[in-house]
Design a binder for this molecule. Sequence first.
Ligand SMILES: [Zn+2]
Ligand SMILES: [Zn+2]
Length: 213
Amino acid sequence: MQLKIDLHVHTHYSHDSLITPEELVFYAKKRGLDGVAVTDHDRLDGALKIAKETDFLIIPGIEISSLNGHVIGLNLQEPIPSKLSVNETVDKIHESDGIAVACHPVTSFKGSLGRHINSKFDAVEVINSSAIPFNYSVRHSQKIASRLGISCVAGSDAHYGPEIGYAYTLVDADLEVDEIVKAISNGLCLPFGRAIPLKTMLKKELLLLKRKF
Ligand SMILES: [Zn+2]
Ligand SMILES: [Zn+2]
């Protein structure tokens, strides 16, 4: 079965996201996705709660602020602490039976891993729809993934409902979280997607500003 999954979405459990659980499912279905990974910054409770409350496929994940840059852990039941080295972070994800994704590895302004990526990772996020500069980021991330010989995935890094689904990973697996992450680490996946339009990003920034005041 070919599944379309956005592997990088933030909900309002991330301080910098506007997406409610209802919007998450609404936009994911609207974009024709089969599932999404909820990857809030340094917390897993929202993802676990949403996964329990909806029939839509949610992969519980977390975007961890490691000492060397952001790391995504997918298919977790326990949060992974922040501020560990990249190697300790990846080890902890594996000990918890999750998979480790090097998200936006070369992007500016995002806490990127850069040269800290290694072959212990299960996948590299080669397409991140919020990455700046987008084309440069895709090209270089692809090079890193092929040099390390690990899987390539994609996610929108959405922080606003309409941003969901601008990138997705096509995964050859049954509609079940364990099967999906196994397929990803075995390379049975392909990244697709494009940059979020500037207009949509600006709308998001405006709404985030409004929320502040
Ligand atoms: Zn990040
Ligand atoms: Zn993110």
